[in-house]
Every structure is written in structure tokens, then in C-alpha cells.
Design a protein around this ligand. Sequence first.
Ligand code: IPM
Ligand code: MG
Length: 372
Amino acid sequence: MKKNIAVLAGDGIGPEVMSQALLVLDAVAKQFGHQFTISEGLVGGAAYDKGGTHLPDETKALCQSSDAILFGSVGGPVAQQHLDKWKNCEANSILSLRKLFSFNANLRPVRILPELQALSPLKAEIIQKGVDLVIVRELLGDCYFGEHKQFIEGGMRQASDLSLYTEEQIANVAHTAFRLAKMRRKKVTSVDKANVLAASKLWRTVVKEIAQEYPDIQTENLLVDNCAMQLVINPSQFDVVLTTNMFGDILSDVAAVLPGSLGLLASASLNSSGFGLYEPPGGSAPDIAGKDIANPIAQINSVALLLRLSFGLETEALSIEQAVESTLKDGFRTKDIYRPEAAKDTNLSLVGTQQMTNQILKHLSGVEHHVR
Ligand code: IPM
Ligand code: MG
């Protein structure tokens, strides 16, 4: 297979974990006989330094001419947020890309790996049944892209953010969630606030209509406050969680802490023609950048997700995920997941970003490919 991939490494730990993920991509290409052409583009503070904008036109054009986008992370240190370089950096980079490519769905798979159970903030009895869910978040509607305004009325400062949904937006993301559930444990939990919000009432109605097209999928509704609670007390009940933009932003961060480190997770933003952007949702972590301590797994798993969802390369994706799991089984840990006191019988080795990748690469060349 021949494909072009736009690579936007960004800021903080972005470039160093990206360089490791590209080694993995290269190894997979060689092993399976694919040709992936990588073109790097600037984004975030790194782009601002060169051209005074967080998402330059050249980067947009590069993405437009590629088959998929592999994204690192953007944003600067908290103490420097007042500088123009970092002001609105995340929103200018990420929200603009979402709008430009009509990425309407964000998929965030969350699994607690057996070998990392001790890292989860949840008690063993809560996660013993296994945690393997995907949050499907709508990305183009709600108060994110509705009118934002601040005004003065009757001498009082006021502000409002319009939360708007069209039935088409809801239907599009609902189809994504149901199709995904078909390939998994066949359950969709749709999350809204239909006891209060008009947009949520429409959400619930449209999801119910779409559900009728998928009779083999079990569908349930949950109010967002209850869902937040259930994610913590009984996450095993969830397979695909379908929700709105704002609720999805919050719930996907709740779900993301369950495995114990943000350094493990990948996410995909997709449009209805299947074009996608893949990124670790963990942020640019400028405090640990350039020290060879960042966990490269989230970026490496983002490569796996890209191969699976954009190119349909399931075997290749699985071989990466299995190489990652085997490396963790062997006891290799970057600093964020190194807790020797919590792993009584395993011999753990603390490794840096590059050593972790090297171990994964070793497994990649030697692994058997068994389907999960
Ligand atoms: C995310 C982020 C973004 C969002 C920010 C950076 C605009 O939190 O991808 O979840 O709110 O969508
Ligand atoms: Mg967020």
C-alpha cells in the first residue's frame, strides 16, 4: 500500500515522541511491504515562531494533500500562557483543523491493560471485570462552534455560548458510534442532559431513530452526571459511549485517567469520508520535554489507530498494539507508569523514551500476530 501521511509534531514532548512513533511506522512499513511517505508540517508554538500563526497555510495544504494526519501535541508552559506564542495556541491549532476538515467524530479508546491494573486510580474490585470502552464524541456542534458573545445589558456584564445541534450532525456521529459497536461488544450508551436541555432532547430523539437501523446493537441512554459517576464506579458496563461535544470533552478526560497515565492513549478525529487525524490526547507536557522521559506509547498507539481506521490495516495495527503490550509485560516502564511498589511479583525496569521504543521495535520484528 502507498500512502502519504502529514506529520505535525508540534510542541513540548510532541517532537520527541513523534520521532519514536515514526520509527515504529517505518518498521511496520518494511515488515508488511508498505510505502508510507512522511511530510512534516509546523503547528502550534513551533509554527508561531516561524510565521506568527499557529496553523500556517502550508500546513493546511500539506494536510489537504495527505491521506491521514499524525498529530503530536501543541501548547506551552502554564507560566508562559500570556505570551502571543502560546495564547489560544491549542484552540487555534486543533479547533481550526477540526473545522477545516469537518472532523465530526472524536474516538477515544480506553483500556486498562491487565499488566498495568495497579496504576489505575480505581480499586481492583472495580476493574476486575475489565475496562475496554470507546468514547465517541461529536466534534462540530454544541457550544464549541455556536455563537460566543459577551455583552452589557441593564448595566450588567453578561456572556453566552450558543449550544446548537442539527439533526444531521447528531445522525452522522451516531452512525459512527453504531458502526463501531458492531465491530465490538454491540452496545451503545448515548449520553445527554435531556432532562434539561433542548439540544439534548433532539439528541436523544435522533439517536433513537438511528438506533432502529442497527437492531443488533443494544442502545441505552444515560444522563451525563450519572455517566460521570458510572465511569468511576462501574466502567466495565461500557462499550461505546456516544456523546455531545461539551460532555465528550469532559467525559473523555475522566475515562482517560482510568488506565493510570495519559501517556498510553490514542485518539482519532474523523470526518464522514473517513479522513482522519490521530493524536495522543495527553498534551504537550513542556515540563518533561527534551529529557527522554516522556512515554512514547500514546503516540505509537496513535500510529496503530491511523493504520486501522484510515488505511484498514488491522493486522499491522494489532501487531503494534501487541508489541506495546509485550513490552509492558516484560516490565519496561517509563517514569509515568513506573510504580515498583505496586507490582510485587514483576521485575520492572525504568526506561527512557528511546529505550521504550527500542523494546517495542524488538517485539515488532519478532511478534506472532494473534487476533485479540
Ligand atoms: C480536547 C481539548 C480541546 C477541546 C481544546 C484544546 C480546545 O481539550 O481535544 O479535548 O476542548 O476539544
Ligand atoms: Mg479536552
